[in-house]
Design a protein around this ligand. Structure first.
Ligand SMILES: O=P(O)(O)OC[C@@H](O)[C@@H](O)c1c[nH]c2ccccc12
Length: 264
């Protein structure tokens, strides 16, 4: 079994439990400028800054982090959105983390989880998420379509994640506003920053590209921006940074002029 298959098996168990619960939507949902809008109006590479306590590939990163304090630091230092890993079994996150962060910041908040059923979207929205992740590798095309349409109906933004050309083709059919190119293979954990360069050219031209995983330096960010990304999703590097102002500043490189007027 690949790690992705193990995670999905766990999610199926969680969904069975969630189906016995109801998620009351708050009467006045959070009003934020959509991520896709802020990215398109920025001439700098956006950073989706992640709260990540641990991961199956890296083990413990920052178990004792105060997610609210960290998210506020991300916001103060120019993040475009906050990503909160909510999976408990493999990443030590929680919906509680997401709820607490959503209450504390004015930025869009991404629920970073392995969504396989609409009830997880209800749960994420009730906890204050404004963006949900849909991972093409984790879903059949039919599931992906259903979940994508469901999230849109809930007025959520969707970050549609791909890792290879085949998955990009599936994502393109949705004409999504946001495509995430994951540089990490979720089946093997290998990270290759060339993934973004190779797949960016295959993406639906109207989609805004986010390069995900393995971003460490200003040079990495520059490579992503040159390939056509308008944002990067960064976890570990930010969690380990002791000077967030400097780290975030160095990652927010200029978008090449020729990309500015297009989604890419
Ligand atoms: O910590 P990194 O290498 O900066 O990676 C962040 C993010 O891209 C990664 O957490 C991620 C990308 N897609 C995912 C899907 C599920 C869980 C986690 C992820």
């Amino acid at each position: 079994m690949t790690i992705l298959e193990k995670i999905i098996a766990q999610k199926e168990k969680e969904v069975a439990i969630l189906l016995n619960q109801t998620f009351d939507q708050v009467s006045s949902p959070r009003q934020v400028t959509p991520l896709s809008e802020s990215l398109l109006t920025s001439d700098r590479l956006g950073v989706i800054a992640e709260i990540k306590r641990s991961s199956p590939s890296k083990g413990d990163i920052s178990l004792a982090v105060d997610p609210v304090a960290r998210a506020k630091q991300y916001e103060t230092n120019g993040a475009s959105a906050i990503s909160v890993l909510t999976d408990k079994t493999f990443f030590n996150g929680s919906m509680g983390d997401l709820q607490a962060v959503s209450n504390a910041v004015d930025l869009p908040v991404l629920c970073k989880d392995f969504i396989i059923h609409p009830v997880q979207i209800d749960q994420a929205k009730a906890a204050g998420a404004t963006i949900v992740l849909l991972i093409v590798a984790a879903l059949s095309e039919e599931q992906l379509n259903e979940l994508f349409n469901y999230a849109k109906k809930q007025n959520l933004e969707v970050l549609c994640e791909v890792h290879n050309a085949k998955e990009m083709e599936v994502a393109n059919n949705l004409k999504p506003n946001l495509i995430g190119i994951n540089n990490r293979n979720l089946k093997t954990f290998e990270v290759d920053l060339h993934t973004t360069e190779q797949l960016a050219k295959l993406a639906y031209p109207g989609s805004i590209l986010v390069s995900e995983s393995g971003m460490k330096t200003n040079v990495d960010a520059q490579v992503a921006a040159t390939a056509g990304a308008r944002a990067i999703l960064v976890g570990e590097t930010l969690m380990r940074s002791e000077d967030l102002a400097a780290t975030l500043q160095s990652l927010r490189v200029s978008i090449p002029k020729e990309s500015l007027n297009n989604a890419r």
